[in-house]
Design a protein around this ligand. Structure first.
Ligand SMILES: [Zn+2]
Length: 138
């Protein structure tokens, strides 16, 4: 989903709703695995459909380390939803940052624009600055 052209009012509404109170959401991803055991004669060794599981694990990167924890399969849907809510929140904060940085750029340009003689302030430039190098697709 592309949000980059969302109006500021939409971004503001989304963020104020989501920041008003903490809600259940999380970062990370879920993996579901079916595994083979080492029990002699167990069907899982030859039949992929007889493998054990699902084993659901939640993986999350935190300060350079990866943390994994097992999740009760019955709770997988709930955790998946929490992750989705977290993803939407992250999208909204990305938009918020983009809006803030546009304002920050505009402020810088206002301060560095040469003022015409006899004119104070001047208008806010309409064009966005061009960055060198690769820009992240938004
Ligand atoms: Zn087995």
């Amino acid at each position: 989903m592309k949000h980059s052209l969302a109006p500021a009012s939409t971004i503001r509404a989304r963020l104020t709703t989501q920041l008003a109170d903490p809600i259940p959401m999380r970062r990370g991803s879920l993996t579901e695995r079916f595994v083979k055991c080492s029990r002699p004669g167990c069907a899982c060794a030859r039949d992929p459909k007889a493998r054990h599981g699902p084993y659901v694990s939640l993986t999350r990167s935190l300060a350079g380390t990866t943390r994994t924890r097992l999740i009760d399969p019955a709770l997988a849907e709930t955790v998946r939803r929490q992750i989705e809510v977290g993803r939407q929140f992250r999208d909204a904060t990305d938009l918020y940052w983009a809006a803030c940085e546009r304002l920050a750029d505009a402020e810088i340009e206002t301060l560095t624009a040469p003022a015409a003689p006899g004119e104070k302030g001047g208008s806010v430039p309409r064009s966005r600055p061009r960055w060198r190098g690769k820009s992240r697709p938004s």
